[in-house]
Design a protein around this ligand. Structure first.
Ligand code: NAP
Length: 672
């Protein structure tokens, strides 16, 4: 008997002792592994995740978790060739398909590591937006913050992305501080298990932060609480069943779903046969049909084509698809592998039969008999473009339906009949067409791609979700949202509005808030190393009076001779100024002249300004004072320095604020 896949529960590997279910190789039918979770203590896993995993993660800051993700990505990267690709080939995947899944998944770890280190504080709480001032005197403020939930992330994945599916959910959840339980789809779970085993083997992940269920989830759903989150990827039927589970409903368990999606790609009315854009359209459909044998949730299922281009599109697809070589992906020269299982082949055949009631098979059709789950690239032509079946039945394989449209409004209507999709694309060179179509179809989509000769080389393509962009879609696509950079981290956290006096809100948020105390110990803040700086450390500078000569010298130096600074008569007619005013950039420069401590010291560099606003005009004779306050600081894990954000206020002699902004600096860590 082939080996039984193992689950990983409460810090130990678990192997069921029953026969389980055999998982065959998609191309040869030979058994690869068996799967069963009989006897697994799933309720115990939830308890262990909350108690052990949750508290271990709580001891790490966002930047520490992000640094671990990078180490993990490097560790897994080294094992792709020997361990993951051969197993991936058993799922019917070609080498390119395997890279899409395996490298794509590892790429998400790298991407989240980098974003987490750059964009999140070295803390366990992060702020959502600026503070809200809630009283006129500034003694009552509010700040939205994100904290880690005290629950478990339950990740249920589809069979088509055994690696990416796990890692695209794990990466943001790990940074969010949420321990997770992964449940891969049975058919391809042997690939997930191998990668997961290496994640444990690496020793990089805190105890209890990840667990694995190979097989069914048992009574997991009965034991979910309001702090838990389920992230599901799979069919709309299973999503509907799980999201309406009585415990999910009773405890308001967070539930997000990525489900079926009849994604469309639209050929713009401006694109003529023979043009570069026409070829791009054909190439994109070909690619989406053949990569992973069309088993991609984002693949093009509906090709919307102007009525008078239908014959040309079919002819070009016939020519292109004739070159596809289907077979065991381990064999030389194969360009498209098998579907993941015979069950999946039968499923696609059933969907094709339903589609053929309203559409003619123009290319491909029936799969060959035999042990392999092979299916030919198949193109249908809808007899009635409005027929419900072509917009609602998903054949999850190398199948697409060409649908004719009359004009742009008709194309938008037809696209919307999909009831909500993950991804859509439009091939066009006409900005008016692009504007009308994308604005028209955006409410029905999670992601939209415009493709033409200008981005053909650099585009990631219709069907590639990327870590920094949201993945998800409304309606039929599940109504969920994943990824999207730090948005994806926030999905796994709790957002809370904290109200109170500024000092208290600042203490919770880990960021200085206007109205909180200004601290001073007589030492210039630029003389302090990162560790010595306190949030709230403040410098109030000496005053400086602005003169007409300052304005003229700055104009000469910078070359900025805008009339409001240089021409008294014209400036007098300006409705905002009424007289010559100082350059805003002069004020920023003069402020630096006031607050900078010039000698070498802990401050290494200024790397930018954020949120600069000029609020009150400054006239010759006005006297300025700068208040600089340490707002936020963050150590870089791998460097001898960190980042410090300073709140800057430039005020006039009467106390009016002239300008406000954040100054961003790099400050050395203490050499001791
Ligand atoms: P599925 O049958 O719904 O299964 C999806 C996952 O749910 C599998 O892990 C499955 O485990 C699990 N599952 C099934 N019943 C369950 C239950 N009662 N309790 C807990 N878990 C349960 O879908 P599939 O056939 O594997 O996947 C194909 C579908 O996924 C396609 O329709 C495709 O569009 C969709 N998909 C969507 C995306 C996306 O991002 N939107 C990505 C990929 C795929 P078992 O395998 O052990 O049954």
């Amino acid at each position: 008997m082939v080996r039984m896949l193992r689950s990983y529960a409460a810090g130990a590997w678990y192997e069921s002792s029953d026969a389980g279910v055999e998982l065959p190789d998609a191309s040869t039918g030979q058994p690869v592994a068996r799967i069963s979770s009989t006897g697994l203590d799933v309720a115990g896993m939830l308890e262990y995740a909350r108690r052990v995993g949750g508290s271990a993660l709580a001891d790490l800051t966002f930047t520490q978790r992000a640094a671990i993700l990078k180490q993990l990505a490097l560790y897994l990267n080294e094992r792709r060739e020997d361990r993951y690709y051969p197993l991936s080939a058993c799922t019917g995947a070609t080498r390119f398909d395997s890279m899409f899944d395996v490298d794509g998944g590892i790429g998400v770890l790298f991407a989240y590591s980098s974003r987490g280190r750059r964009e999140l504080p070295d803390d366990v709480v992060f702020c959502d937006g600026p503070p809200e001032i809630q009283s006129k005197d500034g003694t009552f403020v509010a700040q939205h913050i994100y904290t880690s939930r005290r629950g478990v992330g339950v990740f249920i994945d589809a069979f088509n992305f055994p690696v990416w599916g796990m890692l695209e959910k794990f990466a943001p959840a790990f940074i969010a501080g949420l321990p997770v339980i992964v449940k891969p789809a049975s058919a391809t779970a042997y690939v997930t298990e191998a990668v997961f085993a290496d994640m444990i083997e690496s020793g990089l992940l805190p105890e209890g932060s990840v667990q694995l269920i190979c097989g069914s989830v048992g009574d997991l759903f009965e034991n979910l609480t309001g702090q838990d989150a389920v992230a599901f990827t799979g069919s709309a039927d299973t999503a509907a069943r799980l999201r309406s589970h009585p415990t999910v409903l009773a405890n308001s368990v967070r539930f997000t779903a990525e489900a079926d999606s009849l994604n469309c790609s639209i050929l713009g009315p401006d694109v003529a046969p023979g043009s570069a854009e026409f070829d791009l359209y054909i190439r994109e459909i070909y690619r989406e049909m053949t990569v992973k044998a069309g088993q991609k949730c984002t693949a093009i299922r509906r090709a919307l084509v102007p009525t008078d281009r239908v014959d040309d599109v079919l002819a070009a697809l016939r020519e292109r698809l004739a070159k596809v070589v289907i077979g065991d992906p381990r064999a030389e020269g194969i360009t498209m592998g098998a579907l993941a299982s015979l069950a999946q082949r039968d499923e696609v055949q059933r969907a094709l039969k339903r589609l053929s009631d309203v559409a003619d098979v123009a290319i491909g059709g029936d799969p060959p008999d035999g042990t392999g789950a092979f299916f030919p690239p198949t193109v249908l032509l809808a007899r009635d473009p409005q027929a419900d079946v072509v917009h609602s039945v998903e054949a999850f394989g190398p199948v697409t339906t060409v649908i004719a449209y009359r004009d742009v409004p008709d194309a938008i209507r037809l696209a919307a009949l999909g009831g909500g999709s993950l991804a859509g694309s439009l091939v066009s060179r006409d900005p008016d067409v692009v504007r009308d179509v994308l604005r028209g179809v955006a409410p029905y989509h999670g992601r939209l791609l415009v493709l033409n000769g200008d981005d053909a080389k650099s585009s990631t393509g219709h069907g590639s979700p990327t870590p920094m962009l949201v993945h998800g879609g409304p309606g039929r696509a599940g109504g969920g949202e994943e990824l999207g950079g730090i948005r994806g981290v926030a999905h796994f956290m709790q957002r809370t509005a904290i109200q109170g006096p500024p000092e208290m809100v600042a203490a919770v948020a880990g960021r200085w808030v206007a109205g909180a105390p200004h601290l001073s110990d007589g030492v210039h803040p630029f003389r302090k190393y990162l560790e010595e700086l306190r949030i709230g450390d403040t410098l109030v500078t000496e005053p400086r009076t602005v003169t007409l000569e300052d304005i003229e010298r700055f104009a000469d130096l910078s070359g900025d001779h805008f009339y409001a600074h240089m021409d008294a008569e014209a400036a007098a007619a300006n409705p905002l100024f009424g007289a010559r005013v100082a350059h805003g950039y002069f004020l920023v420069s003069a402020a630096a002249g006031l607050f900078v401590d010039p000698d070498p010291g802990p401050v290494l560099a200024n790397y930018g300004l954020d949120n600069l606003r000029f609020l009150t005009p400054v006239y010759p004779g006005d006297t300025l004072t700068v208040t600089m306050t340490c707002k936020e600081k963050k150590a870089r894990q791998t460097e001898d320095y960190g980042e410090v954000r300073w709140d800057l206020q430039i005020a006039q002699q009467d106390g009016n604020t002239v300008a406000t902004y954040d100054v961003l600096t790099l400050v050395a860590k203490s050499p001791e």
